[in-house]
Design a protein around this ligand. Structure first.
Ligand SMILES: Nc1ncnc2c1ncn2[C@@H]1O[C@H](COP(=O)(O)OP(=O)(O)O)[C@@H](O)[C@H]1O
Ligand SMILES: [Mg+2]
Length: 372
């Protein structure tokens, strides 16, 4: 049996922004090749003395299984390794580890044996930057502020999400756990994390069809509405959502209607599409993608009958947005440098005051930024 420290060196927790019900998540170094990963380990409170793996432990096996099945999709977070570890420490730094790589059968077979020993399941995952978490970037920094993705990016994200769900549904998998803290977006590329509440529904076509409908509904309500409006579908501002199984199933039950009153500039076709999704009038991803294609054509997407000028304008839009993202990143980097300078011991009062004046101005600028 290997020692944990032979394989992994665990660093800071990276889940503090949106803690989950099942896991703690740490940044870690894989010592075998010095690469970084996100190390997701079952919370110690779910280890029980009777030797039976709890639902929370089985959820890790379910997640590993679904991640392997969905690995052909570029928008699903990569699974790198899975297994069990003996440590019950808050941040595991010692003890033993059983690492199965991507062998899900062995991981599953270990469930009872390791529950009996009080060990915890873990997954090593591709590490995604916090600055790409949509909840992290879209959450208002002060009351009254709100950001939405530009329509071009929202449409792009919606097409990529639709492609993931279409692949999942073909494999009889439903995602279900749609919320901003599970969605990473860098302006071009979508990544979806946390598949432990997702389900493979092999033996009931009726349940599968019904859950596919729920998946489309959750996409519209739980991800696309906030992405296109900066608002929570549950009224009030964006915040982390309940994470246990009951929370996943019922989270958007009472939302049949979406309010676009604060975002009247959003294209009526997109509003209509999301509203139909919220009313559960879209039963399949293909229906959803059809509606999206129509809405997208008006923004220069080559999905229906789009004329040349629209396409040129869209091209300019994309290049402009890329520059805008670079610009905002530079402003944030500048803020970081000035902040570090401002806390240096021994600088003069005048220099510190000047740094603080600039930092205030930069904060005002970022609070008024054009995109999240
Ligand atoms: N691969 C990852 N890269 C970066 N951060 C991650 C990753 N996976 C999870 N996290 C962070 O940890 C939090 C909890 O992870 P999650 O998979 O949602 O756990 P749970 O199953 O307990 O809900 C996420 O909201 C996110 O902030
Ligand atoms: Mg989660």
């Amino acid at each position: 049996m290997a020692k944990l420290t032979d394989l992994y060196d665990l660093g800071n927790t990276i889940d503090t922004f949106a803690p989950g019900h099942y896991a703690r998540v740490y940044e870690a170094v894989d010592r075998r090749d010095s690469s970084l990963c996100a190390f997701k380990v079952m919370r110690a409170e779910h280890v029980v003395g009777d030797g039976q793996p709890r639902m929370e432990a089985m959820a890790f096996i379910n997640e590993a299984d679904l991640l392997v099945r969905m690995a052909i999709s570029p928008s699903v977070v990569r699974l790198l390794d899975c297994g069990y570890l003996s440590s019950r420490e808050e941040i595991p730094h010692a003890g033993e580890i059983e690492s199965y790589g991507l062998n899900i059968d062995l991981f599953r077979q270990g469930a009872f044996r390791y529950a009996g020993r009080g060990w915890r399941p873990y997954l090593a995952l591709e590490l995604l930057p916090r600055t790409e978490s949509l909840l992290y970037v879209m959450k208002p920094s002060s009351p009254g502020t709100r950001w939405r993705l530009p329509t071009e990016e929202g449409i792009d994200l919606a097409f990529q999400f639709g492609a993931v769900l279409r692949e999942a549904h073909q494999q009889k998998i439903v995602y279900l756990d749609h919320k901003l803290e599970h969605v990473y977006w860098d302006g071009k590329r979508l990544k979806i994390i946390d598949w432990n509440s997702s389900r493979l529904i092999e033996n009931s076509p009726t349940v599968l069809a019904q859950q596919i409908g729920a998946d489309v509904n959750h996409l519209c309500v739980g991800v696309l509405y906030p992405v296109f409006t900066g608002l929570s579908p549950k009224k009030g501002s964006l915040m982390p959502q309940p994470a246990d199984q009951a929370g996943v199933d019922s989270r958007y039950n009472d939302i049949n209607q979406l309010d676009f009153g604060l975002e009247p500039t959003l294209s009526p076709a997109v509003q209509e599409l999301l509203s139909r999704g919220a009313r559960r009038q879209i039963n399949t991803v293909d229906e959803f993608l059809n509606g999206l294609s129509r809405a997208a054509a008006d923004f220069g997407w080559n999905t229906y009958f789009t004329d040349g000028t629209l396409r040129v304008a869209r091209d300019q839009m994309r290049q402009g947005l890329e520059k805008l993202r670079e610009g905002q990143d530079s402003i944030k980097a500048a803020r970081e440098m000035l902040r570090e300078a401002a806390i240096l011991e021994g600088i003069s009062d005048n220099l510190e005051a000047e740094l603080r004046r600039l930092l205030n101005k930069i904060n005002d600028m970022l609070n008024a930024r054009a995109i999240p």
